[in-house]
Design a protein around this ligand. Structure first.
Ligand SMILES: Nc1ncnc2c1ncn2[C@@H]1O[C@H](COP(=O)(O)OP(=O)(O)OP(=O)(O)O)[C@@H](O)[C@H]1O
Length: 584
């Protein structure tokens, strides 16, 4: 129950709809129980009592009662649905908002397919329970309770004979529920695995085709599809096995009712109409009990879904705005690291160790080093994508934590190693960080990023709609649009994380000289593997195993004759000669 209590903030605001729907449910259930009573009156008082003049009135009353039932059913369903739909809308909003706030570290371990299924099928499961489960549970109680009372009123003895088989039915329902719940869980798991397979296959279709793994992929899909079939068949088998059994027990109840009830009627201890009413009422008790398994199952599925949703809602936001200064929306771009250490995981070696450097506004800092040496980690900390484990990071002389995340990130422009473009127009992709940018500013950013010319060659220019993840553009074109997006934001600190790796050297040079112009008085970090990409930087940091091992300008570093010089030799001299020299 605690799951439903924890999620109450989402459905309690709509309790009015729920209460009204329950009131109409009472009306509907009440009428349903009254129906056999009208039948009894018609048979016993009108037909057997030969009072045929009452038939039209009974018919009118019957139609009136049925019309009221139809109207009440409509209102009850509508309001119950409204309750569920409004509640999960608020829930979905909260989940989405939470996903926007969760730190990078959360996404390091999250699976896209799994998150998607939580936001769709788990939310739907919860909605279904809110809209139908609650009312089904209440309907069960009212229907069984009211029918039982009416039956007792007619004949206590017949009531007990009829319900004698109910404990057996209850045992079967209990057994069914015990088996069907894990079976349903297996279906959901198989379905989740199948979904993840499809999602991964579509995302990685280039790799699949490039490695010619279509047949192997089909085989794996077939296996997952087969698992889903098996688990679905197992569930069907359970339904097929238990339902006839439940119905048989129900029919035993009816046989007992007809045998003993018939005996009572023939001995004039019961009216024929009362027996007919009994017959209907018995099914009003049996039906909901048979359905109980389904209702319990809906409840446990909603509980499982609610737990999965709470896992997101209660996930820790390790990076939060606390005691921040909202009065400084602008940052000049001075960045200082003092003995910064970063552990991504406690059980792994640090990604950065005692990193210190100082960047004046307007300067360009180059960062170079082997893959995995910690270059990106340095820039992750400047945007506070991750929290440093030790040391101090100062921006404009103040600890980074004093800035709100919004202030910080709106002043930092990052172009990542992997470019992500949205499936919208080129124009809106460039203006993503600053939706109020004018067309002139967008074009200017594109020109500086070396993207304008190829954009103009596209049939729809800036209005060209890109495919998912920028499909339809070359790697270098995507990178240039991403750079334009960062420039358009007019950041005080610009981070290019291997952002020109897919661009030819000449274009890269043009982009960099255009950047010098826009980044005047601001700070630029360039991470690159190519020395040509950062040799003009004011200071180059050489990183090895999380430490800065050399620093200086290009010329200074060459003179130091260390790691940087070695990278330079490999890139600019005959590779074979360098490696041979190493081997000796
Ligand atoms: N999110 C993360 N969770 C755990 N470990 C990480 C994470 N990101 C990076 N690492 C580890 O931290 C170390 C430094 O990674 P980083 O991405 O900073 O290297 P890099 O120098 O930018 O590499 P590359 O040139 O390949 O991009 C690596 O050992 C990497 O495996």
């Amino acid at each position: 129950m605690s799951v439903f209590r924890k999620l109450r903030q989402f459905y309690l605001p709509y309790k009015k709809d729920f209460i009204w729907s329950m009131i109409f449910l009472l009306v509907v259930t009440g009428i349903t129980v009254v129906y056999p009573m009208i039948l009894q009156l018609t048979i016993d008082d009108v037909i057997i009592g030969h009072r045929y003049e009452l038939v039209p009135w009974m018919a009118i009353a019957f139609v009136g009662v049925m019309a009221l039932k139809a109207l009440s059913t409509f209102i009850q369903h509508y309001l119950a649905d409204m309750f569920g739909i409004q509640a999960v809308r608020a829930l979905r909003d909260a989940l989405y908002e939470k996903l926007q706030r969760l730190p990078f570290s959360y996404y390091d371990n999250a699976k896209t397919g799994d998150l998607m299924s939580r936001l769709t099928s788990d939310v739907e499961g919860f909605r279904f329970f809110l809209a139908f489960g609650f009312s089904e549970a209440l309907r069960f109680l009212i229907m069984v309770g009211a029918s039982f009372c009416v039956m007792l009123y007619y004949s206590p003895k017949l009531t007990f004979v009829t319900v004698a088989a109910l404990p057996f039915l209850a045992v079967v329902v209990y057994q069914f529920d015990r088996n069907v719940h894990p079976a349903f869980r297996r279906v959901r798991q198989s379905f989740g695995k199948l979904n993840t397979k499809v999602q991964e296959n579509i995302s990685g279709i280039y790799t699949v085709k490039a490695l010619s793994k279509e047949a192997a992929e089909m085989e794996r899909f077939n296996e997952k599809n087969g698992n889903l079939k098996t688990s679905q068949l197992a569930t069907s088998e359970l339904w097929a096995k238990y339902f006839p059994l439940m119905e048989a027990i129900g029919n035993i109840c009816v046989v007992l009712l007809l045998a003993y009830g018939g005996y009572l009627v023939t001995h004039e201890k019961l009216q024929p109409g009362e027996l007919v009413a009994f017959y209907s009422l018995t099914w009003y008790i049996l039906g909901p009990i048979m359905q109980l398994g389904f209702t319990i199952n809906m409840f446990s599925q909603a509980k499982a879904s609610g737990e999965r949703l709470l896992e997101i809602l209660e996930a820790k936001e390790t990076i939060r705005d606390e005691n921040v200064d909202h009065t400084t929306p602008h940052i000049r771009g001075e960045v200082e690291f003092r003995n910064v250490t970063l552990y991504y995981r406690a059980d792994a070696p640090p990604a950065l160790q005692n990193v210190s450097f100082y960047a004046y506004p307007g300067k360009t800092i180059g960062i170079i080093g082997a893959t995995g040496s910690g270059k990106s980690s340095i820039t992750h900390l400047i945007s506070r994508f991750y929290e440093r484990s030790d040391g101090e990071i100062l921006i404009d002389g103040r600890p980074i934590e004093q800035y709100s995340l919004k202030t910080l990130r709106s002043n930092v422009g990052v172009v990542f190693q992997e470019t992500f473009l949205f499936s919208s127009t080129i124009q809106s992709n460039i203006a993503y960080g600053r939706p109020d940018a004018t067309m002139e500013e967008i074009v200017d950013a594109a020109k500086r990023a070396g993207a304008h010319d190829f954009i103009m060659e596209l049939p729809d220019g800036y209005d060209t709609v890109l495919g998912e993840r920028g499909l339809g553009l070359s790697g270098g074109q995507k990178q240039r649009i991403a750079i334009a997006r960062a420039i358009c934001k007019n950041p005080s600190i610009l981070i290019l994380d291997d952002a020109t790796s897919a661009v030819d050297m000449e274009t890269e040079l043009r982009i960099q000289s255009a950047l010098r112009d826009v980044m005047k008085g601001k700070t630029t970090f360039i991470i690159a593997h190519r020395i040509s990409s950062l040799k003009h930087a004011d200071e180059i940091l050489v990183v090895e195993q999380g430490r800065i091992v050399e620093r200086g300008t290009h010329d200074e570093l060459l003179r130091q004759n260390g790691l940087y010089k070695r990278i330079y030799d490999i890139q600019y001299q005959d590779r074979a000669t360098v490696l041979q020299g190493e081997a000796r």
